[in-house]
Design a protein around this ligand. Structure first.
Ligand SMILES: Nc1ncnc2c1ncn2[C@@H]1O[C@H](COP(=O)(O)OP(=O)(O)O)[C@@H](O)[C@H]1O
Ligand SMILES: [Mg+2]
Length: 334
């Protein structure tokens, strides 16, 4: 049985705007984070991810509800609870004119480290984040990706059991992003830490997570392993045939549905650009199939026989994007 490190119960946050209106940023979240797992919170901008992380790390007081970390309530026993967690915030929180090492030393002292323990911990963190040879350079000379790595270093200095990371790859180049993702995996593999990771990127949640909570508009709409979540929407692949402005040949959809493994074939007419900014979309046929790649040659053969030209084909395996789409009726990336 998995052992819970974090237990979040009935967590809510309502903000009051200056004009007196209210924003229900978090509307009642219940979840557990297990020891040694990477737990992702996946949701679009404004879903309430940062608000949730801020509450369960003691930076923001909940309107109601609570979180326990290692059994300690973050609202009632914040000192004990905070010792167990490290926080890597969304905004870079480093001193630009200090060096990487000086920043780590500064934050280490804030965590109550000192003397030999501090020096050893800073060295370890510099090694872990691969920043040893830049330790004596000022933060202001660092790239965005390197600053993020120092930030991760700050979050793990006091050897917490759990690290919270709030969208650590936003605004960094692909190479730095890869390094950050690898660092997250190494926190679990090498340090046996738990990680709570927020992202609006389906690919990141899919790659990193032992379990994923999908959040939208302050609520959790699904929770499980990637496999479990995908099973909820069915395990069918989608073949998308782009056919431009061509007329749909009579009886084609029916013929496509006779291919082995195919359950449905749908046609979307080409649409013109609309005034509210929607782009024009060419016509397409979407085919749902148990094993899309196996069905594909038959599908193409049927299209050829009907003298239909296929401009391009996409094979989309079921993913968390599909889960989000089914649960909310909206795409994750809008
Ligand atoms: N301090 C605040 N005052 C008012 N509204 C806020 C505040 N912080 C966040 N919000 C609102 O709460 C909602 C959730 O925000 P946030 O937790 O930052 O979402 P996410 O991190 O998932 O993008 C948004 O609608 C946001 O505008
Ligand atoms: Mg956020």
């Amino acid at each position: 049985m998995a052992e819970s490190l974090v237990e979040v119960r009935g967590l809510k946050k309502t903000f009051k705007r200056a004009d007196g209106t209210e924003v229900q940023a978090v509307r009642g979240i219940d979840l557990d984070i297990y020891k040694g797992e990477i737990f992702s919170m996946l949701g679009p901008n404004g879903a309430g991810k940062t608000t949730t992380i801020s509450m369960i790390s003691g930076l923001l007081t909940p309107t109601s509800g609570d979180a326990k970390i290692g059994g300690y309530s973050i609202t009632k026993q914040p000192m004990e609870a905070k010792k167990l967690i490290g926080v890597v915030p969304q905004e870079i929180a480093l001193y630009p004119t200090l060096t990487a090492r000086q920043n780590l030393e500064f934050f280490g002292k804030m965590y109550g480290l000192g003397g030999k323990e501090l020096a050893t911990s800073v060295d370890e963190v510099l090694d872990f984040t691969d920043l040893r040879d830049r330790a004596k350079d000022r933060i202001e000379t660092f790239s965005g990706g390197m600053k993020r790595r120092v930030n991760i270093g700050v979050g793990m200095l006091h050897k917490p059991q759990l690290v919270y990371m709030d969208e650590p790859t936003v605004g960094v180049d692909p190479q730095s992003r890869r390094r950050i993702l690898d660092t997250v995996i190494r926190l679990r593999e090498e340090r046996k830490m738990s990680v709570m990771y927020t992202t609006h990127l389906m690919e990141e949640a899919q790659e990193l997570s032992n379990r994923v909570a999908i959040v939208d508009q302050g609520k959790m709409i699904a929770l499980g392993t990637v496999g479990e979540l995908i099973q909820q929407v069915g395990e069918e692949d989608r073949l998308v045939l782009h056919i431009g402005e061509q007329r749909l040949p009579d009886g084609l959809l029916q013929k496509l549905q006779t291919v082995e493994g195919v359950t449905r074939a749908l046609y979307d007419e080409p649409t013109a650009a609309s005034e509210d900014g929607k782009q024009a979309a060419p016509g397409k046929i979407t085919i749902y199939a148990k094993r899309g790649r196996k069905a594909l040659p038959h599908v193409i053969q049927i299209a050829n026989e009907a003298a239909m030209e296929i401009m391009s084909v996409e094979v989309r395996e079921p993913d968390l994007e599909a889960v989000f789409l089914q649960m909310t009726g909206r795409a994750l990336r809008d």
